[in-house]
Ligand binder design. Structure first.
Ligand SMILES: Cc1ncc(COP(=O)(O)O)c(C=O)c1O
Length: 360
């Protein structure tokens, strides 16, 4: 595969997953500058990226802190030398707790909890391995997924946490996932502020009870700028803003799509053509993909290995290429083993996506 380095995109066999590094860099700088202006730290969510080489590339551009959803992602980060990791999720079961404790020997690792049972199990494994595990209490600020309701229950959990010698109470996480794709920006901003107000009040309660809160983490690509304007968070944990996709670009046009799937036209008829990649290469859980730079060409349907596209003008000839912008970048990364990092039309790197297809 390394023979691809230096090749022009136009010469590549298809389908191939492409990452435009210039666009990625611009997205990163914009987020970094926004966070810096707001005096928030940036913690990049690795569940969108899943490639160790990509994480390392970001590290060379100033990203130190990463979040991940699953332990396999944290293991990839550690393997690639990244050491500031928040597992922004609940980790349950003895096999996973053993893996978590091993990671805590190698990295500055934190994890989320929302129940006493998790606190006890984490405390036990930390003691047995003689490690310290950082812990954030997840607060449910309206998403109705994991998390303790804002208020007293959080204080009770903090009390139990600080009593566990192997655990270090770090702070709170409040992620507003239900708002990320809300189309109306005014309503998204209002609800985001409402959720963060409750998070801030909860922090104040925890501090009034005598527990130090050093870190409050949350927000995603859809709420990032509103979170920057609010005092509740000390850091933001977005992920998709780097790759972007058709669904998110509509919500957050300030970030551009760096991820695409390079495909070839393999069939045509009047008003219609067919590409050589389908739902096995292009996620459609967030809707239909777009054809890059060709708004007049409309994706009609995806089969496993085909994408059918309607066109008003003359159809492209067989063998021509098209870049497809997926509707969901995270799920598309999860479908591929390799991504070609490109710049100015040339392949610069062939990067494995080590955590793709893994759910543990
Ligand atoms: C806990 C958590 N934080 C942050 C994010 C932000 O992700 P994105 O920026 O991709 O919307 C997610 C997305 O699923 C998440 O689950």
């Amino acid at each position: 595969m390394h023979e691809l380095i230096g090749q022009p995109i136009a010469a590549l066999d298809t389908p191939k997953l492409l990452l435009d590094l210039d666009v990625l860099d611009e997205n990163l700088v914009q987020m970094q500058e926004g966070c810096q202006r707001a005096q928030k730290r940036l913690r990049v969510h690795f569940k969108s990226l899943k490639s160790g080489s990509l994480a390392r590339y970001l590290a060379t551009r100033g990203v130190q802190d990463f979040a991940c959803a699953k332990l396999n992602e944290a293991e990839v980060l550690v393997e690639f030398g990244l050491r500031e990791i928040l597992v922004a999720n609940q980790i349950v079961g003895s096999a996973k707790l053993e893996r978590l404790a091993r990671l805590a020997q190698l990295a500055n690792l934190s994890v989320c909890v929302d129940a006493l049972d998790q606190v006890r199990a984490l405390g036990e494994v930390a003691r047995r391995h003689n490690v310290t595990i950082g812990v954030l209490i997840e607060v449910d600020i309206g998403m109705n997924r994991c998390g303790v309701p804002p208020g007293d229950e959080v204080v009770q959990l903090a009390r139990a946490l600080v009593a566990e010698p192997g655990l270090r109470f770090v702070g709170l996480q409040g992620y507003d996932g239900h708002l990320q794709m809300l189309p109306d920006p005014t309503e998204r901003a209002r609800l985001c502020r409402q959720g963060l107000d409750r998070l801030k009040q909860t922090r104040e309660l925890v501090e009034a009870a005598g527990f130090e809160v050093n870190l409050v983490s949350g927000a995603g690509t859809g709420t990032w700028s509103f979170a920057c304007e609010h005092a509740a968070l000390t850091e933001l944990q977005p992920g998709s803003f780097l790759l972007m996709d058709a669904a998110y670009h509509w919500i957050r046009p300030e970030f551009n799509c760096s991820l695409s799937v390079l495909t070839t036209v393999i069939s045509r008829r009047p008003g219609w053509y067919v590409l050589d990649a389908g739902s096995k290469a292009i996620s459609q859980d967030f809707g239909k993909p777009l054809i890059k730079g060709r708004p007049e060409e409309r994706v009609l349907k995806l089969a496993e290995e085909h994408t059918c596209v309607a066109i008003d003008g003359p159809e492209p000839s067989i063998g021509q290429v098209r870049e497809v912008i997926p509707a969901h970048c995270c799920a598309t990364m999860n479908l591929h083993r390799l991504v070609l990092a490109c710049r100015k039309g040339l392949v610069e790197g062939v990067w494995l996506i080590e955590a793709s297809g893994r759910y543990d």
